[in-house]
Design a protein. Sequence first.
Length: 266
Amino acid sequence: MLCDDTGFMPFTPELAFPRLAILSALAQEQLGLIGLLHQPRRVRHAHRDFWLGDLHGHPVVLALSKIGKVAAATTTAALIERFGVRQIVFTGVAGGLGQGVKIGDVVVATGFVQHDLDASPLFARYEVPLYGKTCFPSDAGLSALLATASRAALEHTSLRALGFQDGCVHQGLVASGDRFVCGAEESRQLLRLMTEAGHDVLAVEMEGAAVAQVCADYGVPFAVMRTISDRADDSAHVDFSDFVQSVASPYARLVIQSFLRLLLKK
């Protein structure tokens, strides 16, 4: 079923029951998942394409977050309001910040902070105004499944063939901001400021904190895995597209497949 560009979508029973949403940051990751959908159906809403279908026994909606916090928040709200999703899982790439977080590793977020948010002196730096908090946590249960799925994926022979035999899974805080952090000095400064504020950040990206805040508003469980594509330094732009295509996309596909198998057992 397709919608016109106004975003109008008539009510249908197939959209009436709760489902899982899988958000991808980049089209290369989403294409790999769309290819696995059973009876895929595209719905056009809010100038976005949403793909509905069955994936390993789960009715799902696939969507691109688009880039940046505002775009990601819009996509998340649309998933919840229009499609009635009850769980959201996000796959994407990130720059590594924490010690020992290297290219080819996976970070499963335990929570998110906005590194570019500063409403001082009205509120403390990094505090989300009127929420009384700086960090929004991921869902512990979904995150535990996603971490297990990520470890299983990293053991897969097809991923080991990509040259990241010693890849590992980290769990911890991720920083989001509307800026592509790609300089060594900027990366060091960001890590220093986060640490001084008491935030032990493992990675940096551009969408997670916004999705986490929207999910908190609606009470929707949310979990995230990010493949580390660079160290958020002066080499962050080098071969990024090639990394996404050849590494991050197969990572995401295998992790989500493993995650869904685990979810069926619950």
